[in-house]
Ligand binder design. Structure first.
Ligand SMILES: NC(=O)c1ccc[n+]([C@@H]2O[C@H](COP(=O)([O-])OP(=O)(O)OC[C@H]3O[C@@H](n4cnc5c(N)ncnc54)[C@H](O)[C@@H]3O)[C@@H](O)[C@H]2O)c1
Ligand SMILES: [Zn+2]
Length: 339
């Protein structure tokens, strides 16, 4: 088991990679515990949940909306939750986000922890203390920065994860390699068969590396004023693709990463052979490198993104594989490249 910590503004967060959901109670310091999960995850793993009241949300992004949050607040009240209660999320990124948000706001904040069950949640959503919900079609537009006390990444649980969800998570793993870790890039290249076959040791190692990268970035910049923006690599264009199409997040980010790599080449920061290696690796993992969409439409969606600051966008570019940086670019510069 690997243990990685983040010292957040509201306390210490410990991420345990390779720990089992069966041991979760060892990390909870309260007799009053409430569990939030989704119906999918429960259908596979309910027998491993600790024995406390459970709220089961419908699976999917629709649950990250205010009516569900209000329902959970009410459920907590009706079941006698108080300031000393503990909220435990067992699920993917959606469950972690709603549980984190509910815990951060119920009675002005109660302690909480996560058992992350999807690859994306283990390497990304559960780590870093951001929790957001959606409003009027804007993703993660309402939320807080509050660290969970612990995150358990039980990689055994990934055996039941559908293949497309697994690939979604891998896109973030690849992103971590591209922004921060050339060694991880080589590892992903050399071990692709084992990764795709979900070899447990290889997954443990990948999740550990990713959590270390994300934790270090978050530790340096919890509130996303600088370094943390690196994690948006591929996401500026990727989110816009997601907004205008039904392309899943990981695939949209893959296309967004290729966009950013090409942009880096065009601005003279990245060598073409490095860009080609990136494209080859994404393709080897079955991720798309182009989307058949009208760039005008994607561009407009990008302009509407919440992260836009006036006429500038903080765009994440590459100097090299494993070396990303943020550049403030004018909208016109991006337009010139995109068309
Ligand atoms: N807070 C953050 O910093 C952050 C970062 C990245 C993403 N996110 C959020 O995370 C969400 C995406 O997370 P996700 O991809 O985990 O989505 P998700 O929670 O919807 O899970 C994807 C699907 O897999 C199922 N599932 C999860 N674990 C399973 C398992 N072990 N076996 C079988 N099925 C399982 C779920 O029921 C769901 O149907 C988005 O809402 C995104 O905004 C948040
Ligand atoms: Zn992402």
């Amino acid at each position: 088991m690997e243990q990685i910590t983040i010292q957040g503004k509201n306390g210490l967060s410990t991420i345990l990679v390779g720990e089992s959901v069966a041991n979760v109670e060892n990390y909870i310091n309260s007799a009053s515990v409430f569990v939030i999960s989704d119906k999918n995850v429960a259908s596979f793993h309910k027998d491993q949940f600790p024995n406390y009241p459970v709220f089961l949300a419908d699976p999917g992004e629709k649950s990250k909306e205010f009516p569900v949050i209000a329902q959970i607040w009410q459920w907590l009240l009706e079941n006698g939750a108080d300031r000393n209660s503990f909220l435990l999320a067992i699920g993917g990124g959606v469950v972690c986000d709603i549980a984190g948000f509910v815990a951060a706001t119920f009675m002005r904040g109660i302690p909480f922890g996560f058992v992350a069950t999807s690859l994306l949640a283990q390497v990304d959503a559960s780590v870093g203390g951001k929790n957001g919900i959606n409003l009027y079609g804007y993703k993660n537009i309402v939320g807080t920065f509050t660290q969970p006390e612990f995150v358990i990444c039980d990689t055994e649980l990934l055996n039941t994860l559908p293949e497309d969800e697994y690939i979604n998570g891998l896109a973030e793993v690849l992103k971590h390699a591209l922004i921060k870790d050339h060694q991880k890039f080589l590892y992903l290249w050399e071990n692709k068969t084992a990764v795709l076959k979900r070899n447990r040791d290889v997954i443990d190692s990948l999740v550990t590396q990713s959590v270390k990268i994300k934790a270090a970035v978050v530790q340096a910049d919890e509130r996303e004023k600088g370094e943390r923006r690196l994690l948006n690599f591929g996401h500026t264009w990727g989110h816009a693709i997601e907004k205008v199409s039904k392309i899943p997040h990981g695939q949209a980010v893959s296309v967004g990463m290729v966009f950013a790599a090409n942009f880096s080449v065009s601005l003279g920061f990245l060598e073409t052979d490095q860009r080609d290696k990136i494209i080859k690796l994404l393709e080897a993992y079955g991720l798309p490198v182009v989307a058949n969409l009208d760039n005008n439409v994607v561009f407009d969606a990008m302009l509407k993104d919440k992260k836009r600051e006036n006429q500038f966008i903080h765009f994440v570019l590459l100097n090299n594989i494993g070396k990303a940086f943020v550049k403030e670019l004018g909208i016109e510069d991006i337009k010139k490249f995109a068309f």
